[in-house]
Design a protein around this ligand. Sequence first.
Ligand code: NAP
Length: 264
Amino acid sequence: MLLSIDRRELCLAQLGKERTCRPAGMCERRFAFDLPMSAQYVMRVTVIGGSGRTALLLTADLVAAGVEVTATIRSERGRAAARDAGAVAVGLDLERIDHVALQSAIASRDAVVYAAGAGYGSSSALKRAIDRDAAQTVVAALMAENQPPRLVMISTMGADAAIAGAESGFEYYFRMKGEADETIAKSGLSWTIVRPSGLTDSPPTGRVHLGVGLDGGTLPRGDLATLLLRILIEPTGTHALFDVTTGSDPINSVDLSAFERKWP
Ligand SMILES: NC(=O)c1ccc[n+]([C@@H]2O[C@H](COP(=O)([O-])OP(=O)(O)OC[C@H]3O[C@@H](n4cnc5c(N)ncnc54)[C@H](OP(=O)(O)O)[C@@H]3O)[C@@H](O)[C@H]2O)c1
């Protein structure tokens, strides 16, 4: 994917040279993969649930890489945080979706990242609304586009549409995420589904382990954001679904194409 040379050129050049970049207000982050540049084209990405902790780190990384970011967020406080990270923030409540606002937030984008989640301790109704229904509404909105953007979904390790009978708690969360993932996988869109282990705010390590059917572990949100940046920048890893946790493989060298497969 080609990126723009603009006022963030210096920062972008630093990224490509394995040096550090410190977006305003964010912790110091280090990238080791090359970000190709072009004066012709600015990549445009929309982050749904843009006030989340992973979403804000990702937004700052994308902006530092010269990407134009739109963040959809329900609260003015959240929108202010996303603006501080460099995004254009627009209002969107995922429990009461304004379809016109959603369509305008995703139109003509290269990619959309679904980063929203009902969160720990939320009710089953909220899990259903945010972790499944709103994600499925975003899929439908993407499919209505003439040239649908790629969808990158932050799911969860353990997501499984086939968990029977669970009506609350983690199992219900896993089922809701699994059902959303199933809709995405069958949608015909270009997509990547990332299933992280337990997220932490620990300093990023720059190293991960990717696999299928992994169980347990934790992952700093900063490492998840760096992996998402790489997924968005690279054309590989489309129609790929994988778990991710902390490991020993540098994020810049994990083979995303190893998880590509054909879906029905
Ligand atoms: N936490 C974990 O250990 C874990 C593990 C695996 C996967 N995940 C998944 O990873 C993703 C990112 O996690 P995170 O911990 O970085 O996220 P987070 O900080 O909990 O942020 C969640 C986001 O969802 C938004 N949201 C919730 N209800 C909404 C509504 N009705 N309308 C609009 N937005 C709404 C929140 O908006 P507000 O700011 O307005 O509340 C916030 O932006 C989520 O999908 C989560 O399910 C999390």
